[in-house]
Design a protein around this ligand. Structure first.
Ligand SMILES: Cc1cc2nc3c(=O)[nH]c(=O)nc-3n(C[C@H](O)[C@H](O)[C@H](O)COP(=O)(O)OP(=O)(O)OC[C@H]3O[C@@H](n4cnc5c(N)ncnc54)[C@H](O)[C@@H]3O)c2cc1C
Length: 391
């Protein structure tokens, strides 16, 4: 068997792996990016790239954006709802089969080698470096980047798969012929109240809408029912939903997980970086990719965990807080979100102009404080929700 040597082996070509490969290749490192799937491939995902995430993408993704969302509709228990529109775009809607293939192309364009349909196996990690089998070829590398997602092998091989809570989500597509396209063309709908530990959504895409539901792992057996109920709320026959697929949502407990060892760096879902409140992970995938590449290029991958914590922990703490409140009292959260000034903060968080709800001023402060109080109150589902609320 032949042996190939590279500076960095990146396992997985989702947003985290492709972005890491782009940053590293631009810095002159020799990079092998490998994915077991044949591209283009789909990945269970709503495909919403928030404005906050867009700022972190290492290239222009305009060619694969299908809709631009500027309106947010929040619904409670399929009954009450309100809409708010922002003067600026909030979320770029894409499809993962298109986004990930496009990002892999960009990685190749800046010098990374990409092998799809190629599983990485038999990983050995020691003080001399990394070795692995990559589609039947022996590969040795100085650094291994685990970008292999929620069910990856790298974290396990490196003994880093600890401190991660797992949610679950299910999504599928409905053609516009069955929905009011004009009403939803630039609107992201979020339906709270069920499933526990999450929400349902409707996201607009080019020729269809994406409907999905996600929540605690314990909701797994009920997700199909939740998705059917969501479809019925739009008068869509649940059997008309196509391409239904589910996936885990790995959410790290702050301070309990370690995303790196001396030769292994975990990025994106492999590091458990999904936002506990929104279930989004692309922002975190792009941020971790950038920080991983910077610390690898500087020859200091051991500084990656601290850099990642500085970048993400504050925001993740607020998300755990809001998740606790949402799980306990969705109605209180709904009415708080409806209060004057709050949409400005939500829009700021989505766009990346606001880093943390604490930055809210004026009328938005009391309802946001109420959410934090609800999160701290001692009620029913307390045992199910990890306490990540700082202070
Ligand atoms: C239903 C659902 C909806 C979501 N909606 C959104 C959303 O709207 N917006 C958002 O920001 N986030 C969303 N997320 C989260 C988002 O999908 C993830 O956070 C994101 O995909 C993480 O990217 P990643 O690159 O870390 O991992 P992934 O995208 O999972 O990529 C991992 C890759 O590794 C490959 N791989 C695994 N093992 C191996 C191996 N041994 N060898 C080679 N390759 C391997 C896989 O084939 C895969 O391509 C959603 C998640 C779910 C489940």
């Amino acid at each position: 068997m032949s042996t190939r040597r590279v500076d960095v082996l990146v396992v997985g070509a989702g947003p985290a792996g492709t972005a890491t490969a782009i940053h590293l290749a631009r810095s002159g490192a020799s990079v092998l990016l490998a994915d077991r799937a044949h591209f283009p491939r789909d990945k269970a995902c709503g495909g919403g790239v928030t404005g906050r995430a867009l700022r972190q993408v290492p290239c222009d993704i305009t060619p694969v954006v299908e809709r631009v969302v500027d309106t947010f509709e929040l619904r409670l228990h399929h009954r009450c709802s309100f809409r708010r529109t922002s003067a600026e775009p909030l979320i770029m809607m894409t499809q993962r089969r298109r986004l990930d293939a496009y990002l892999a192309e960009q990685a190749v364009a800046v010098g990374a080698r990409f092998r799809d349909g190629t599983r990485v196996e038999h990983i050995t990690i020691d003080e001399n470096g990394i070795s692995a089998t990559v589609g039947g070829e022996n590969v040795t590398a100085d650094i291994l980047v685990g970008a292999d997602g929620a069910n990856g092998i790298v974290a396990k091989a490196a003994g880093l798969d600890v401190g991660i809570e797992r949610g679950i989500a299910l999504e599928g597509n409905v053609p516009w012929a069955l929905l009011d396209e004009q009403r939803f063309a630039s609107t992201a709908v979020v339906e709270i109240g069920a499933p526990a530990g999450g929400y349902g959504w409707l996201f607009p895409k080019g020729d269809h809408a994406n409907l999905g539901v996600g929540g605690w792992a314990s909701e797994g057996p009920h997700l199909r029912d939740h998705l059917a109920r969501l479809a019925c709320a739009y008068s869509v026959d649940p059997n008309a939903i196509t391409g239904v697929r589910g996936h885990r949502l790995p959410m790290r407990r702050i301070g309990a997980s370690t995303p790196a060892s001396s030769r292994v760096v975990l990025v994106g879902d492999a590091a458990g970086l999904v936002d506990p409140l929104s279930g989004d992970g692309m922002y975190e995938a792009f941020v971790s990719a950038r920080l991983a590449a910077e610390t690898i290029v500087a020859g200091r991958p051991e500084s990656y965990p601290a850099a990642l914590a500085r970048a993400l922990d504050h925001h993740a703490g607020a998300s755990w807080t809001a998740k606790r409140a949402l799980d306990r009292h969705p109605a209180v959260c709904f009415w708080a979100a409806r209060s004057p000034g709050v949409f400005g903060v939500v829009a700021g968080l989505l766009k990346g102009d606001v880093g943390h709800p604490d930055e809210a001023r004026g009328l938005a402060r009391p309802p946001l404080r109420l959410i934090a109080r609800v999160a701290r109150s001692r009620v029913d589902r307390e045992a199910a929700v990890p306490d990540q609320m700082p202070g």
